[in-house]
Design a protein around this ligand. Structure first.
Ligand SMILES: N[C@@H](CCC(=O)N[C@@H](CS)C(=O)NCC(=O)O)C(=O)O
Length: 214
């Protein structure tokens, strides 16, 4: 008898803020339903915050509907074992995740410039100053891992924060393939995550990124 997956991710049919969630579920080998929302006005009023993504967790025998992508990531990290092995690693992962959130907030208006219409000099400054600064911060955090030789941000194994960094870097590479060229440690990190056995086949077959050069 087949049972439906415990987890369901609902988001628009793009990478956007849901791709890190999909990546974390694939990384942990978790079966899930990936629901593409195509009639948003019909669904919006029924969601907790009127926003996507949402995760529905049916593990408790009822539906737990979770909004906010970072809360979803932490819930999955805790329940699927991707939060590190010690309190220190939990905190390191959280520091990295918050740094990614800060960086993403600066990236979104540039990535979706057609929608947010930022001034041209904001876009130029993003690529020449803001992004290099954020990449430097991430490089610094990578070296603070409890197991720096492993090449992940918190400890010996990837955590949810590694997946968040990967997704952030991946979005930049989709827009500008050379954007990590001055940052070999992050470029190697991106390749290391992309080569994880549980992610490689998903990355080869997933929908292409919606992000394009601007
Ligand atoms: N802080 C929220 C932001 C969610 C958000 O801004 N969602 C957008 C799409 S990326 C959305 O639902 N837009 C449609 C709307 O607000 O009606 C998160 O990280 O989940």
């Amino acid at each position: 008898m087949s049972t439906s997956p415990t987890f369901e991710v609902l988001y628009f049919p793009i990478h956007g803020r849901a791709e890190q969630i999909r990546l974390l579920l694939h990384y942990t080998g978790t079966t899930f339903t990936d629901t593409a929302v195509t009639d948003w006005p019909a669904l919006k009023g029924k969601t907790p915050l009127g926003q996507l993504p949402i995760l529905i967790d049916r593990s408790g025998g009822s539906e737990f509907v979770i909004p906010q992508s970072a809360a979803i990531m932490r819930h999955l990290a805790r329940t699927l074992g991707a939060y590190g092995e010690s309190e220190r690693e939990h905190v390191l992962a959280d520091i990295v995740a918050e740094t990614v959130q800060d960086a993403r907030a600066k990236f979104v208006p540039v990535a979706f410039a057609a929608r947010f219409n930022p001034p041209a000099d904001t876009i130029e400054k993003y690529w020449s100053e803001v992004l290099p600064h954020n990449l430097q911060l991430l490089e610094k955090l990578l070296s603070r891992s409890t197991k720096p030789d492993a090449g992940y941000f918190a400890g010996a194994k990837p955590t949810y924060a590694d997946i968040m960094v990967f997704d952030l870097l991946d979005g930049h590479l989709a827009m500008k393939p050379a954007s990590l060229d001055g940052h070999p440690a992050l470029k190697a990190f991106h390749a290391r995550i992309a080569a994880l056995p549980t992610l490689a086949s998903y990355l080869a077959t997933r929908r292409p990124s919606e992000l394009k050069s601007n």
